[in-house]
Ligand binder design. Sequence first.
Ligand code: S3P
Length: 183
Amino acid sequence: MDDTRQNRIYLTGFMGSGKSTIGPILANTLGYGFIDIDKEIERSTGKKIIDIFSELGEGHFREVERSVLLEACRLNKHVISLGGGTISNQSNLDIIKSSGILIYLKTNTEQIHKRLRRKTNRPLILAKSNGVISDQELTKRINELLIQREPYYTQADIIISTDDRKLGITVDQIMKSLTPFIK
Ligand code: S3P
């Protein structure tokens, strides 16, 4: 393996899979820095993600996301929490896989549903008016997106299930799985 890949640990997974919560804890445990792609997008544009989607569209959001990824992939010794859709094109996935170790936090539809219900800050699970959608519609959207994205998520180097697990246990599992990758 390219030795420099251990300098960047990427976290991927569906919205609500715990990337932004687990990322800083993992970074602390490894003695690495931490960066969250979504927060970086909001910082660099001065806009909330929901406003970028409504004012400029998803296409524009994906362009900003890619440019933030291109900056992040040069950082040394960092844990990088991706957005749930960052890996959903092969070219972003190639950048990620060639520059670091990719961990997929796998969560089932039921758990995702529980965690995302009533959340109003994720444009892809809101109505056009930015209102909350019905439970049934939410399940449908989660399943549609998961079907599109699983082929990308599952290209991760490490897959960790986060269903019903305490945070500390998930972080321990990640640390064990990282051992062969980090010298
Ligand atoms: C998105 C996930 C969000 C954010 C944006 C789009 C997606 O990030 O990047 O709303 O396409 O799944 P989280 O996965 O951190 O919620």
